[in-house]
Ligand binder design. Structure first.
Ligand SMILES: *Cc1c(COP(=O)(O)O)cnc(C)c1O
Length: 374
């Protein structure tokens, strides 16, 4: 039987195996495991790619979000606004500081946080906003930044799914996601658009004081070996992951183009199938298709059918965050999030990755069509 994986990390490794293997060997032969040259090289190269002043490697993006909120002095009694539909890491980082996550419904069609509804959730306790560039589509940053400025609230972008996504902030001025907020957090979880071979993440900013805090916090609050200015914890990017990421960073633009091409192909293949909605891209946004999320009222049946045809799919995410057990007790009622609640029942992520072939996509689309036409 034909098998189409949801992502194919091995195909990507094989395309650059020689470079990856020698990068790993170099780190081992120099015992540059923690911090060191490979980490600082990657940090510099990522900062350059983004045209941002500072980049600090961290253990993973969940830590990165948490450290960013700590850098803003956020804790008990504070509120942080974020999207109702995201991965739990986003809200977990808020709760970990002692603050309360305040959820906002998403925009119809685009899945990202609704800027109008966001405004209504601002209170005296609001200390930060975390927009999530979900699936690879930028959140609508212009109105979010306007609100943030009006109330003087810092923004921490969650860019875990949107490496190299672009947003037009004003006429002819396109910004990379991760360069518009006070800080931004990238994930390099293996299946992300830039993926390590284990856990890894980074926090970027143009603010040198925040960068200094982030670096110190993730390294026991220390300035040098045994001089600890404050208590932090241990969340460092390791040398092997950094060396791998540095190799892969050179291919990120190419791989992003390939994802976009694959998305174009899906749009053509799926456009006339009744009952299927494809992702939408705003005129002010360039989607990078971390996920290709379609929607149908018969989601569970379609998922089962595709599984029976050897096609792996995913649901991102089956429950909105306010409905999960850790948040259910708080003041939210699920009617507050009609759009994301409905989408949670209808969304289905179909296989997309830079190495996916036309034949694989034709097979996927063919099976979706088969399901919808019977
Ligand atoms: C993956 C992801 C994270 C967490 O990333 P880790 O590096 O696994 O901690 C946070 N937010 C979103 C939206 C994600 O997709």
């Amino acid at each position: 039987m034909i098998k189409i994986p949801f992502v194919d990390l091995k195909a990507q490794y094989l395309s650059i195996a020689g470079e990856i293997d020698s990068a790993i060997r170099n780190v081992i032969s120099e015992s540059s495991f923690i911090k060191g040259k490979y980490v600082s090289d990657f940090e510099k190269n990522l900062a350059k790619t983004l045209s941002i002043n500072h980049c600090a490697g961290v253990g993973n993006a969940t830590d990165g979000l948490y450290i960013s909120l700590k850098a803003l002095g956020i804790g008990r009694g504070d509120e942080v606004i974020t999207a109702a539909n995201s991965f739990i890491a986003t809200s977990e980082a808020i709760s970990l500081t002692g603050a309360k996550p305040v959820f906002v419904d998403c925009e119809p069609r685009y899945y990202t946080i609704n800027p109008e509804l966001l405004k209504l959730k601002i209170s005296k306790k609001t200390k930060a906003i975390i927009p999530v560039h979900l699936y690879g589509h930028p959140a609508d940053m212009a109105p979010i930044l306007k609100t943030a400025e009006e109330y003087n609230i810092p923004i921490v972008e969650d860019v875990a799914q949107a490496h190299m996504a672009l947003y037009r902030i004003k006429e002819n001025d396109w910004k990379l996601c991760g360069t518009m907020g006070r800080m931004a957090v990238f994930s390099f979880f293996p299946s992300k658009n830039l993926g390590a071979y284990g856990d890894a993440g980074a926090v970027v900013t143009n603010n040198p004081e925040l960068d200094r805090f982030i670096r110190m916090y993730g390294n026991h609050g220390r300035t040098d070996k045994y001089n600890h200015e404050f208590e932090g914890f241990n969340s460092r990017l390791d040398g092997i992951q950094a060396a791998i990421l540095d190799v892969k960073l050179k291919y990120l633009e190419l791989w992003t183009e390939k994802r976009k091409k694959a998305a174009e192909r899906y749009y053509l293949l799926l456009k006339d199938i009744p009952g299927i909605s494809c992702p939408s891209e705003k005129a002010n946004s360039k989607h990078v298709y971390h996920l290709f999320v379609i929607r149908t009222e018969k989601r569970d049946e379609l998922k089962n059918y595709l599984t029976s045809c050897g096609i792996a799919t995913g649901i991102h995410y089956p429950d909105i965050l306010p409905n999960l057990p850790p948040y259910k007790q708080s003041t939210h009622n699920s009617e507050e999030f009609p759009v994301s609640s409905r989408y949670a029942r209808e969304i289905l992520s179909i296989p997309i990755y830079p190495e996916i072939t036309c034949e694989q996509q034709e097979y996927v689309a063919g099976k979706i069509k088969e399901f919808c036409l019977v």
